[in-house]
Design a protein around this ligand. Structure first.
Ligand code: AMP
Length: 439
């Protein structure tokens, strides 16, 4: 007995999934010890045969999150020939996925083939004739080979759409839909996307039945987001918001508040000042929420004042600013919130108002994202030192709060961008041009 135990694979955090020993060996060979959060969430659902909707970007470990259930299920069926199709937007990604699947499957006899355009079909057709179990490809070439009858997907039971939002951005959705028509109706659908534009949500709704949804806050904000904080006293937040909303480049903003009541009141105050603002909060009826969202998306409102819960899954694509009027409850919620801007490679700005009471949150958030957040200075505000010498605080300019003299922290050390200003302070946000944000 003990000798058979000696030969079993070394336990890893992946043991919990009950994977085939050959896959566990592959995982070990790759050096994976502990499942990443997306793997911990998606693998059990994938193994049960459930549809999975994963909101996660590349780098989170999503390839293994979908590949392991595919491999396990193929090992279970013991059938040969194409059983899984993975669609990806670029050939780089297709190659990357294929390489990782091969690594994970190296102790099995499962075969893969990659098919994408820009190179000769010859080798790809030869690879397909070997009847690989898994096909990883880009939509255009997959469709071409389907039309030429070199590819037969009639036995495919598992479909993965990876980086679905990029497939949409690159105009692949019509091809994807044509490919779907060539697949058996009964199959498992795994869809991964970093963002959820309306078209992808629609696709997910069409494809998936009661999917297991995994939404990850990536630990670091996207590089397209320029994010910074203002240290401010609570009673100056309103005035600071006017400055920020009126600044150059602030075309459309989501302003996050801590409570429904604050969202409602702030939206009313901004509207009274003539700004095109609307609230989105949980006390509103579904109809009111839909109207608010539609108005914001279609450019009738420039400012959406929202609570976290109401704003979940907001998929407006060109929000120039996210403003955390109140800090979110957790560090993770910070990346979720600021991820509402800077989508699909577009630039975005996220500004957070931080009071002295938020110093614990700030420390935890900076630890999570791994870098200090740039400190900004707004002309005329008593920039409150958020937690004294520990964090450093920006120089204050002009008007001082009761605890003014914001120079007390190490202003030079960590606030490299501290002298950045929000633009033409005090300019009215009124009369911004109307624009359609619908995608
Ligand atoms: P992906 O998001 O799938 O592109 O994965 C990003 C990187 O993380 C790849 O280089 C993977 O090989 C690696 N990776 C995935 N899962 C794990 C894990 N559980 N432990 C360590 N590395 C991992």
């Amino acid at each position: 007995m003990s000798s058979s135990l000696d030969h079993s694979p070394r336990p890893t955090g992946f043991d919990r999934f009950g994977l085939h020993p050959s896959l566990v060996r592959g995982i070990q060979a790759l050096g994976f010890e502990t499942p990443r959060p997306i793997q911990a969430e998606a693998i059990p659902a994938g193994l049960e045969g459930r549809d999975v909707l994963g909101l996660a970007q590349t780098g989170t470990g999503k390839t293994a999150a979908f590949a392991l259930p595919l491999l396990q299920r193929i090992l279970d069926t013991k059938r040969r020939g194409p059983q899984a199709l993975v669609l990806a937007p670029t050939r780089e990604l297709a190659n990357q996925i294929d390489a990782e699947i091969r690594e994970l499957a190296r102790y099995t006899d499962i075969e893969t083939a990659t098919i994408f355009g820009g190179v000769s079909q010859y080798n790809q057709i030869r690879a397909l004739r070997r009847r690989p179990e898994i096909i990883v490809g880009c939509p255009g070439r997959v469709l071409d080979l389907l039309k030429q009858r070199e590819l037969n997907l009639s036995e495919v039971e598992m479909l993965v759409l990876d980086e679905a939002d990029h497939m949409f951005d690159m105009g692949f959705l019509p091809d994807v839909r044509r490919i779907l028509a060539a697949l058996p109706m009964k199959r498992q659908n795994l869809l991964f996307s970093a963002t959820m534009p309306r078209e992808i949500r629609q696709l997910a709704d069409d494809l998936q039945r009661d999917p297991h949804v995994v939404e990850l806050a990536s630990s670091a904000p996207a590089e397209t987001i320029d994010h910074a904080l203002y240290a401010v006293k609570e009673d100056l937040k309103r005035d600071l918001l006017d400055v920020v909303l009126g600044a150059e480049g602030c075309e459309s903003a989501i302003v996050f508040t801590r409570t429904k009541h604050r969202a409602k009141r702030l939206a009313e105050q901004l509207s009274r000042k003539g700004l095109r603002a609307v609230a989105l909060q949980g006390n509103m009826s579904q109809g009111q929420r839909d109207r608010a969202m539609r108005g914001f998306r279609e450019g009738r409102f420039d400012i959406l004042v929202a609570t976290d819960i109401a704003a979940r899954g907001i998929d407006v694509s060109d929000i120039s600013h996210v403003i955390n009027y109140d800090v979110p409850n957790t560090p993770e919620a910070y990346t979720h919130r600021i991820g509402r801007t800077g989508r699909s490679e577009r630039e975005g700005t996220a500004l957070t108002f931080v009071t002295r009471a938020d110093s614990g949150w700030l420390r935890a958030t900076e630890r999570m994202i791994g870098t200090p957040i740039t400190r900004c200075v707004a002309e005329g505000f008593g920039n409150e030192p958020v937690d004294g010498p520990d964090l450093g605080s920006p120089r204050s300019n002009g008007r001082q709060g009761r605890n003014g003299g914001g120079n007390r922290g190490r202003s030079g050390a960590r606030d490299g961008g501290a002298s950045r200003r929000p633009g033409s302070a005090g300019r009215s946000g009124r009369g911004r041009r109307a624009r359609s944000r619908a995608r």
